[in-house]
Design a protein around this ligand. Structure first.
Ligand SMILES: [Zn+2]
Length: 191
């Protein structure tokens, strides 16, 4: 058993449950965070063309409102992550912009998802300290994707009946269009 085997993927319906807030940071929660980082790093080591940029606890079947976000998206060698507990998007700004997203819990399906360009996030770090983040662009997108996970929402849910929104990764690491029928067949819209 390797750490990435803890990851769950659609059509597993547990991904669509709402995760619980943590009133205090328990040793168990710290253990979950460690498992989340291990699963993400192990997963990306098995994928040639992808980087694990973030994860929510529900993706390893732990229904807590915890997300981790990689500190340096550009550098696969830097395996450090920041931890956000009970994360909330307190403000969105700017326009909705479409860009590619993938998810460790949606195997081999990518989509162009509309997200706000700027968000403000409030959360606790792993020591229980309040943190506030102003995020833009790709980081803002990641926070929206991960906070969605804590609410049981998957990126594909934003793209239901969007016939031209889906892509797949080719063997040489490029994204090419994926037929909507194929996406339906993969079971990602089942609950
Ligand atoms: Zn995801």
């Amino acid at each position: 058993m390797s750490a990435k085997d803890n990851l769950i993927a659609l059509p597993n319906g547990r991904l669509r449950q709402k995760s619980r807030r943590l009133p205090v940071i328990t040793p168990e929660a710290l253990g979950v965070i460690k498992e989340m980082i291990e699963a993400t790093v192990d997963w990306e080591e098995s994928r040639e063309h992808e980087v694990g940029v973030a994860l929510a606890a529900i993706q390893i079947d732990k229904p807590y409102r915890i997300i981790i976000v990689r500190n340096d998206f550009e550098n696969k060698a830097d395996k450090s992550f920041s931890v956000f507990i009970n994360p909330e998007i307190v403000k969105t700004e700017g326009e909705l912009k479409e860009d590619y997203e993938g998810c460790l819990s949606v195997s081999d399906v990518y989509g162009k998802v509309p997200r706000y360009d700027k968000v403000r996030v409030r959360a606790l770090d792993e020591t229980g300290k309040l943190v506030r983040v102003k995020a833009e662009g790709f980081l803002a997108r990641i926070f929206q994707h991960e906070v969605d996970h804590t609410n049981g929402i998957m990126f594909v849910d934003h793209l239901k009946n969007h016939k031209d929104a889906f892509y797949k990764l080719t063997d040489d690491g490029k994204l090419e269009p994926l037929a909507y029928e194929e996406v339906e067949k993969s079971g990602v819209f089942e609950d």
